[in-house]
Each structure stands twice: as C-alpha cells, then as structure tokens.
Write a protein that binds this ligand. Structure first.
Ligand SMILES: C[S@@+](CC[C@H](N)C(=O)[O-])C[C@H]1O[C@@H](n2cnc3c(N)ncnc32)[C@H](O)[C@@H]1O
Length: 335
C-alpha cells in the first residue's frame, strides 16, 4: 500500500484492489492495471461520504473503486473513458457499487456536457489519470505495445475515424514525421528515425516498426529505443494534448467551490499543460506586467495545492514500473 505525505488530513488508507473480484487482485495475471499513486490521488480528492466525483479517465476502474469505497454509503461517481473496452472493464469492476456509478463512453473533451446530461453538476472532485492503461498495453491488437506484435493502431477509441499510427508512419513526409517525433516524443534521434521509417515503409505491425527503430538507435539505457517514437505516435493519433487543454477548463466549470482537481500525467508535455493551467487559473489578473490597470478582469478559479508535482516513491515504482514517470498535481476550486 502507498505511503504518502498527508495532503489533506484524510487518514483513510485503502487497498488499491478494493472492489476487485479476488481473481483480479493486483499482480495476478496479464494486463492487470495497478492504479498509479492510488492513495495520493484519493487524499488529493478529499473523498468524503456522500460526495459527487468524476473520474475522467476511468480505465479499469481502479481509482474509481477507491473513490466509491471512501464516499460510501451514498457518494456517486461519473466515469468517462474514450475506450469502449475500458468502459466495459470498469463496469465489471464497479458493478458492486450499483446505482452509485454512471459510466459513459466519451472523451473528456466533452466533460461538461456529459456531466450535465448525467446530472453531475457542482462536483466535489475530478480525477484525470492520463495516458494508457495496462489493459490497453496488454492487448496486442491495440498496437500500444512495442514489446508485443500487433497492428499499428494506437487509437484509444477503435471506433473513431482518427488516423491510426500506421496511417502516420506510412503517409507523412519525412520532415513532418521527424518534427512529430521530436515534438511529441522529445526524441533526440527524430530525423534518423524518420528517414529510416520513410525508407522502409509501408509498415503494418508494431514489430516491423520496432525492428527499424532498433537498427537506427542502439539501446544505451534501460529505456527501450522505441519508447519515444511510440509515445509521439500515440499522442498524435489521439490528439492527446489538445484534448487535455480543452478538458481542464471544463473540469473547473463543473467543480463546486472547495472541490478538488487531481491530474496524473506521465510525461513532461502533459505535465506542462497541467502546471500552466493551474498556475494561470490561480491568478486574479492575467494582464501583461506593462499594463498598469487590469483590463482582463480575470478572477482566480483555482488554488494550487501542489507547487511541485508529487512523484512516486522508489518502492511504488518497484511495485508498479508504469508509475516511474508519473507526476500528480492538485488544485482546489475557489470562488
Ligand atoms: C491510465 S488509464 C486510467 C486507469 C484508471 N485510473 C484505473 O485506475 O483503472 C487512462 C485511461 O484514460 C483513457 N483516456 C485517454 N484519453 C482519454 C480522453 N481524451 N477521454 C477519456 N478517456 C481517455 C484511456 O483510454 C485509459 O483507459
């Protein structure tokens, strides 16, 4: 179980396998999703009995089960996920909470509208646990994993008409591909990888792409050479950064005063967006310094609780390697 600094005064400590059938307890079987920074997220949300919460990325329902447990007996949770398979998995995991849970297949880009339709107005806490889940990674047919062979897809929502990773690597001109790898993967070898991809395409599977990257970039650290390329493709396939930028103001819109926003990001690009958003929203006036009198009339909507992101401890990373790059930020709705 996680040990965390006590951010909130909340003393409850939950087992992250709460709400799971015994056969699906942590660490057993393939593709089990261990919620990242589980207790820290629950503490950050200040979950209380009877509260109303939104899990904008419900995934396998791990964090959501914790929220429902702590908000017993009558707290409610709205869970969104862009992946229909995740919504189904969360439905199975959270079935025992009955009518206290509402699950919707939707991108969090439609958060305010979905919340209004489901009558979650003025909620007490909203969680974003960004990126992909272990369930998605374990399913080779989704194309997220460079360690197993599958179609180069990477769409969170396979029913969407967004371009797949195969579309990008097979169709983009070399300059655009290099720029994409550099910008969204922060890949130092972006140009060499892009040139090798263009010289070897078409690609149909993850293994074909990994083989070409491995020819160009030699492994020098424990990070696989394809990690950054896969991250970049996934971000672009799902338009992840733009979706996050659109969702954060909607989260503030539906939070009650005193309500908490908790965001777990997994790379510096999304963490930067969250950090800037929280900072900006914690200021009353956003006028440039040279403007003597405020003309923007902006009112602060958030109070930043975590001025530095909370990172997992080495012990947490040992139990859950996916937590390695996690950064958790918390803010509170004011006004
Ligand atoms: C890290 S997992 C969440 C795991 C979850 N917290 C748990 O404990 O099981 C991230 C989830 O966010 C979903 N996701 C990614 N982008 C999304 C978006 N724009 N809208 C809604 N869900 C999204 C993914 O499909 C994935 O299931």
């Amino acid at each position: 179980m996680e040990s965390t600094r006590d951010l909130t005064g909340t003393q409850s400590r939950l087992d992250p396998s709460v709400g799971k059938p015994d056969a699906q307890r942590e660490g057993e079987g393939e593709g089990v999703h261990i919620p990242v920074l589980f207790q820290t997220a629950l503490d950050g949300l200040q979950v209380r009995p009877g509260g109303q919460y939104v899990d904008a990325t419900v995934g396998g329902g791990g964090h959501a089960a914790g929220v429902l447990e702590l908000s017993s007996p009558d707290g409610r949770l709205l869970g969104l996920d862009r992946d229909p398979a995740a919504v189904k998995a969360a439905g199975r995991r959270l079935a025992s909470f009955g009518g206290r849970v509402v699950l919707v297949h939707s991108s969090f880009n439609h958060l305010a509208e979905v919340a209004q339709t489901c009558r979650f107005v003025s909620v007490d806490g909203i969680l974003f646990d960004l990126g992909f889940s272990s369930l998605q990674l374990a399913d080779a047919t989704r194309g997220f994993a460079f360690m197993s062979d599958g179609p180069l897809d990477m769409r969170f929502d396979p029913q969407s008409d967004r371009p797949t990773a195969a579309d990008l690597v097979n169709q983009l001109p070399v300059d655009e591909l290099a720029a994409l790898l550099s910008r969204y993967g922060e890949e130092r070898h972006s140009r060499r990888i892009a040139e090798a991809i263009v010289a070897s395409r078409p690609f149909y599977t993850t293994a074909e792409l990994v083989a070409v990257i491995e020819q160009v970039v030699k492994r020098r650290t424990r990070i696989h050479p394809a990690t950054r390329t896969f991250q970049a493709l996934r971000i672009v396939v799902n338009d992840e950064l733009a979706e996050l930028e659109k969702a954060l103001p909607q989260a503030v819109e539906i939070l009650a005063p005193g309500g908490r926003l908790v965001v777990i990001g997994f790379h510096s690009l999304e963490d930067r967006i969250v950090k800037r958003f929280m900072r900006r929203e914690s200021h009353d006036c956003l006028c440039p310094p040279e403007v003597p009198v405020c003309v923007c009339n902006h009112q602060a909507t958030l109070r930043v609780i975590t001025h530095k992101p909370i990172r997992p401890t080495p012990e947490q990373v040992a139990v859950n390697p996916r937590a390695r790059s996690a950064r958790l930020r918390i803010a509170e709705r004011v006004g």
